[in-house]
Design a protein around this ligand. Structure first.
Ligand code: GDP
Length: 313
């Protein structure tokens, strides 16, 4: 039977460029006592993938995991630019909620709208973060109104209209529920995430299934499949199958299983439904394919690989 895990929250972060996504994740990491300084990129190097190199832009999502009051919050970065083969949907599909970061002076911008629309289509619970509240030209009341209008227009489910609003200065490391907040810490934002975003729904007793959302490359381990475990559990050396895009099915054995802690990746002996993991051992795996227990007969619904050219509205 599907149940909800209470020890995890999977949250995507959405923002127009320069509205403060990176600064906000940094502030959250700092206040959960995991510093970027400790980043051990040698552990599992995120080499740029060929497509990324070709296009000259970053299309690989970066994940960060933060521990707060015993709950692990996985923060899932979303590509803010125009879509490539369903990348935005696949990344958002790992999350149950989203932080919609909007600059308190600039207000919502085209990219805010573009990614928000997809997030709301997927049923995510939004939390509005009006950032840069310290700016002298901040106009939080108007920006909230514009953002609310946008959510009202794009919402697909009733629950999305009842969103919390957090005012923040990511740069100065504080947040609050009133636009007058000028100090303190990020606790109100952590609280909003824990309260508002549901834990991942999962069926821990079902056979393992995971949709591959992102690929990492590592000179030693080759291709590494990243995704959210939908059902069951995955362990190192476990037998699995790959449902390939061409309809073929192949048998493999999992190499290592990595979880995300802070900005690092740590090796795990087991990961469960709801967790976001990186799995080695399936050399030719592609984005959008399913990895599953050998007993599984159906792959997870894949998300469009080649959607029509996306228009920024
Ligand atoms: P991203 O493109 O969304 O990742 O944006 P960044 O986090 O890189 O921030 C863009 C710029 O806005 C940087 O110069 C930040 O220092 C600045 N910035 C971010 N958050 C705040 C804030 O709360 N207040 C002010 N005044 N500047 C901020």
């Amino acid at each position: 039977m599907p149940e909800r895990r209470s020890d995890i929250r999977n949250v995507a972060i959405i923002a127009h460029v320069d509205h403060g996504k990176t600064t906000l994740v940094d502030a959250l990491l700092k206040q959960s006592h995991v510093f970027r300084d400790n980043e051990q990129v040698g552990e599992l190097v995120l080499d740029s993938n060929p497509l990324e190199r070709e296009k000259g832009i970053t299309i690989v999502a970066k994940n960060a995991a933060i521990e707060h009051r015993g709950v692990r919050i996985n923060i899932i970065d979303t590509p803010g630019h125009a879509d490539f083969g369903g990348e935005v949907e696949r990344v958002l599909n790992m999350a149950d909620g989203c932080l919609l970061v909007v600059d308190a002076a600039e207000g919502p911008m085209p990219q805010t709208r573009f990614v928000l629309r997809k997030a709301l289509e997927l049923g995510l619970y939004p939390i509005v973060v009006i950032n840069k509240i310290d700016r002298p030209n901040a106009r939080p009341a108007e920006v909230l109104e514009l953002t609310s209008d946008l959510i009202l227009e794009l919402a697909t489910q009733e629950h999305q209209l009842d969103f919390p609003v957090i005012y923040a200065s990511a740069r100065d490391g504080y947040a609050g529920t009133s636009p007058d907040v000028r100090g303190g810490d990020m606790a109100p934002l952590f609280a909003a995430i824990l309260e508002r975003v549901p834990g991942p729904e999962c069926d821990p007793g079902a056979p393992f299934r995971m949709l591959v959302t992102t690929l990492l490359y590592d000179s030693y381990r080759g291709r590494i499949a990243v995704g959210r475990i939908r059902d069951g559990a995955v362990r190192p050396r476990m037998a699995i199958q790959r449902f390939a895009h061409d309809g073929g099915r192949g048998s493999f054995r999992v190499g290592q299983v990595f979880g995300f802690r802070g900005l690092d990746r740590v090796e795990l002996e087991e990961a469960l439904a709801g967790d976001i993991v990186a799995v080695t051992g399936v050399p030719d795996v592609l984005i959008g394919e399913t990895l599953a227990d050998p007993s599984v007969t159906e792959p997870l619904p894949s998300i469009a690989l080649e959607p029509p050219a996306v228009k920024m509205t």
